[in-house]
Design a protein. Structure first.
Length: 359
């Protein structure tokens, strides 16, 4: 406070020059004011008030300066103005800094005082596209978050400009709100905001590759009278399964093996065993809930010419087993384009025949 008083005195002394003198007229006016004050009562001393205001201003300036050093987005460095992040938004990061292979270009403030950070870089990210009526959001998976210019622990979602959003809707054929999982995008022009919604530019949509389906050829064995037969050890499996009917007997068989068991049951009209070869998982909708329903349907099915039956078509035909994924497969007749006999793994991981298997 003593230093502040000295500063005030210097200002007053500078304003009151040595050459300033009172004229007789000025002296008289002063005497009159003093007399008036004595009559009306002494007026308050304004100098302490002036000093108090000056002290307050000095205190505010001092505190403001300290706060500005700690929280201002912009600071002087080496005579140049550089953007520095504050303690909450990218703390300690300056223009030109690298974060997860992204270069920070600059910080910006919008008209509402909200901060954003613009980054230059490129990354391939995978996640879920959330198509909503208003906008499209991209939710990066855990591994992709590590490839973005984010501080540790951030969990965000990304949106895009209108052009990119319309492009995504066309690429994925989206006409209504829906979520598309396991989508890969190559993005750049990343802009991080103070909230959880960031923005990026789509450089490329990485379309999933069609799985390379491997077709394994096989034949159904027939005897001299053109009847299907099962070779060992598949014949032994069939006998065991027809007696006990437990799925565990089928464990380890391929879709082609189960297909042959199913057709052999058709050949021998063993519909009890054939019914047991269907997938009976409780979450599967069954057109024939009970064995009697299936037997009734078989007995009431209209007769068709033998050459049109599946049994006749697979005899001596070139067949292929095609595995689609870990739980689905089909058998194709190479001479008949588009034909497929579907199978799937049940909940115990055993291949069984699909209900209504002809595709």
């Amino acid at each position: 406070m003593a230093d502040l008083n000295q500063d005030v005195k210097k200002v007053l002394n500078a304003a009151w020059t040595k050459d300033s003198v009172f004229t007789e007229e000025e002296k008289q006016r002063v005497r009159n004011r003093i007399g008036t004050s004595a009559v009306k009562g002494r007026k308050k001393d304004y100098v302490p008030k002036l000093l108090s205001a000056a002290a307050a201003v000095g205190f505010i300036v001092l505190i403001g300066g300290i706060a500005g050093i700690q929280t201002d987005v912009f600071n002087k460095q080496n005579g140049q103005e550089a953007a520095i992040a504050d303690k909450d938004f990218y703390p300690g990061l300056a223009d030109g800094a690298m974060l997860n292979n992204w270069k920070l270009n600059n910080f910006e403030k919008d008209s509402y005082g909200h901060l954003s950070a613009a980054f230059t870089g490129k990354a391939k990210v995978t996640g879920t596209l959330d198509f909503r009526e208003e906008t499209v959001y991209f939710l990066p998976d855990h591994d992709s978050l590590k490839l973005l210019p984010l501080m540790d622990g951030q969990n965000i979602k990304i949106t895009f400009n209108e052009t990119d959003q319309e492009m995504l809707k066309k690429v994925f054929g989206i006409t209504e709100p829906i979520k598309e999982e396991s989508v890969s995008l190559i993005i750049g022009g990343y802009r991080a905001a103070e909230g959880i919604v960031h923005q990026a530019e789509i450089l490329e949509v990485v379309m999933p590759k069609e799985p390379q389906l491997e077709a394994v050829p096989f034949h159904m064995a027939v005897n001299n009278t053109k009847e299907l037969v099962l070779l060992e050890p598949l014949n032994h499996v069939y006998k065991e399964f027809s007696l006990r009917g437990t799925d565990e007997i089928l464990r380890g068989l391929s879709p082609a093996d189960v297909f042959q068991l199913f057709l052999f049951a058709e050949e021998t009209e063993d519909y009890y065993t054939q019914y047991a070869l269907f997938n009976h998982d409780p979450d599967i909708e069954k057109p024939f809930p009970a064995l009697n329903d299936y037997l009734k349907a078989k007995s009431e099915s209209p007769s068709i010419p033998e050459e049109q039956t599946l049994l006749h078509r697979v005899k001596n035909a070139d067949l292929e087993e095609v595995i689609i994924d870990e739980s689905s497969a089909y058998i194709s007749i190479t001479e008949e384009e588009g034909f497929g006999f579907g199978l799937s793994k049940n909940n115990d991981g055993i291949w069984k025949v699909n209900w209504m298997p002809i595709q």
